[in-house]
Structures are given as C-alpha cells and as structure tokens.
Ligand binder design. Structure first.
Ligand SMILES: Cc1cc2nc3c(=O)[nH]c(=O)nc-3n(C[C@H](O)[C@H](O)[C@H](O)COP(=O)(O)OP(=O)(O)OC[C@H]3O[C@@H](n4cnc5c(N)ncnc54)[C@H](O)[C@@H]3O)c2cc1C
Length: 260
C-alpha cells in the first residue's frame, strides 16, 4: 500500500509539496506490538530506511497520522504528527521500537494511533531527529513520568558504565513502572490516580534525593509544568547552573501535539 492510499479520503498530499519534503520522511510497517506495562504499548516498526539512520540515543520520530502537506494538514497542523522517542534501534533488522503511553484520555490522535496500531499497518514517519542526548558529566540525573521514561531507556543505556546514574521517575501505580536499564539509584513515585500535569511528586522526590555536593547533568522531560518545577528546584535550591539542566517538555494540558 502506498502512503497516499493510507491517507483518508480528502486528506491526499499536495504532490509538489510532498516531493519537495520527500527526503525528510520514510515509510515502514508495524511488525510487532505488545504491552510493556498495562498502560505502555510497544510498537515495533520495520522500515528499510532504519538500516541507514544517522541516529543518537534520545532522538525521536514523528509519526504521520494525517499528512501535514495535505490541505487538511495545512489547515490543522496540530492534528498531523505525533512524537515518540526511539526506544530501540536495530539497523541489522531494519527496525526500531517505540513505547507509547496509553494515558487516560479520549480524543488525542496519538493516543488513538498508539491504541489501535496493528501488525502490517503502514506507517509514515519523519526523522529520526532531536537534540536530546547524553552529555559528558560526573553523574547523570533523570527526572520524569511515563512519557519521559521512554526517552530515559535509550539515554541511560548510552551513559558510560563508569558514570553514576540517578533517576526519579513517576508512574500512576507500581504496576505502571516503566522498566529502566540498571541505574545507580532509581526512586519511584506513584500518583495513584492524581493528574500527571503539575505533579508535586517529582519535585518533592528530587528535593529529598541524596545527591553529590557538586552538580551533575540533569535530563528533565515529560509534562511541561512539572519539568519547570523540577528545574526551578535544581537551579534555585540546589544552585545548579541552568546549563546543567536539559529540559524537554513532551506535553501539557490543553495543548494538542505540543511539538508540532
Ligand atoms: C520529543 C518528544 C518525545 C516524546 N516521546 C514520547 C514517547 O516515547 N512515548 C510517549 O508515550 N509519549 C512521548 N511524547 C509525548 C507524546 O508526543 C504526546 O503525549 C502526544 O502529544 C500525545 O498525542 P495525542 O494526540 O494523544 O494528544 P494531544 O492531542 O497532543 O493532546 C490532547 C490532550 O491530552 C493531553 N495529553 C497528551 N499527552 C498526555 C499524556 N502523556 N498524559 C496525560 N495527558 C496527555 C494533552 O495535554 C491535551 O490536553 C514525546 C513528546 C516529545 C515532544
């Protein structure tokens, strides 16, 4: 099936625009799905382009749910692409894997895609892209909820074994804890049904953390306001330089496709 056939009627590409951007997107097929936790679905995509990627751990792809170059996409750009971190890249198998959080929502196009993706579904994606990557540091601190944890898996795997890793990660319940590679110290906190947006749990857990006296590098991702609160704690209360805190907002209430 071609990409155009996969686009719903009335959402067909504007051909000249599409060919001008052709080098930026690629096609593949869903080759495997499964559950990582009761609320985290893994979706493996096989795509010839993945064999030749220039990729660094922490980068993401943008799944094309509606064509941004169609008339529909030009009129509703926030309803076209959704961003997912590449959790695993397997160039020899021409494949990559995404983990998508099935949050408690109703109408997000990303949520709907993640819930309904089936083996053999065609997929168009943009990337890999993005500048989230492991930095050189005496130690590394990862802070975020479920969506952020998807990015922490490849990032923690890329930390040199001699450099300590601390992680403070939130999930709704112990059953929803996203598995992370071995880290020096992982602190888990649980919302127990409370909203993930502006969650007070993560800043409080970071404040309680016994960290070395001198700053390391922090990677703070996930819901935007929680990210801000964690950064404020590290900068204002712990005296870390702003440059030592990498913040990547992934979503925030009321904003559709934060990254479009
Ligand atoms: C660089 C980057 C990497 C990302 N990597 C991943 C990843 O690997 N796995 C992953 O699951 N997500 C990841 N995300 C987040 C994901 O792209 C968003 O959750 C996405 O917007 C969901 O799309 P949607 O269409 O379902 O909801 P949207 O249309 O974007 O939003 C609809 C409503 O749902 C709310 N909402 C959106 N996401 C969530 C959520 N997770 N929890 C609670 N409420 C939410 C919004 O605030 C909004 O009010 C990443 C985002 C970025 C920017």
């Amino acid at each position: 099936m071609t990409t155009e056939q996969a686009v719903p009627r009335g959402r067909r590409s504007l051909r000249p625009l599409s060919s001008a951007f052709a080098k930026h997107f690629a096609t593949g097929t869903v080759s495997e799905t499964g559950m990582v936790t009761p609320a985290m679905r893994r979706i493996r995509i096989t795509a010839p382009a993945a064999a030749g990627w220039r990729y660094t751990p922490g980068q993401h792809v943008r799944i094309q749910i509606n064509d941004p170059l169609s008339l529909y996409g030009l009129l509703r750009p926030a309803e076209t692409l959704r961003t997912y971190t590449v959790v695993a890249h397997c160039p020899d198998e021409q494949a990559f894997e995404l983990w998508a959080h099935l949050y408690d929502g109703t109408d997000g196009i990303g949520l709907s895609w993640a819930r309904n993706a089936r083996v053999n579904d065609p997929v168009t994606f943009w990337g890999p892209q993005g500048d989230l990557a492991v930095r050189s540091a005496p130690y590394h601190l990862f802070v975020g909820e479920e969506t952020a944890s998807c990015a922490f898996v490849p990032l923690i795997s890329a930390v040199p074994p001699s450099e300590p890793v601390y992680a403070v990660v939130e999930s709704d319940s112990p059953r929803d804890e996203v598995p992370l590679p071995d880290a020096h110290r992982v602190c888990r906190v649980h919302r127990a049904g409370a909203p993930a947006a502006s969650s007070p749990l993560l800043p409080a857990a970071v404040a309680a953390l016994d960290l070395p006296a001198t700053p390391g590098v922090a990677y703070v991702a996930g819901e935007a306001r929680t990210c801000q609160a964690v950064r404020d704690h590290l900068v204002r209360e712990r005296g870390w330089p702003r440059s030592a805190v990498t913040v990547k907002p992934f979503w925030t209430p009321g904003k559709r496709g934060l990254h479009h």
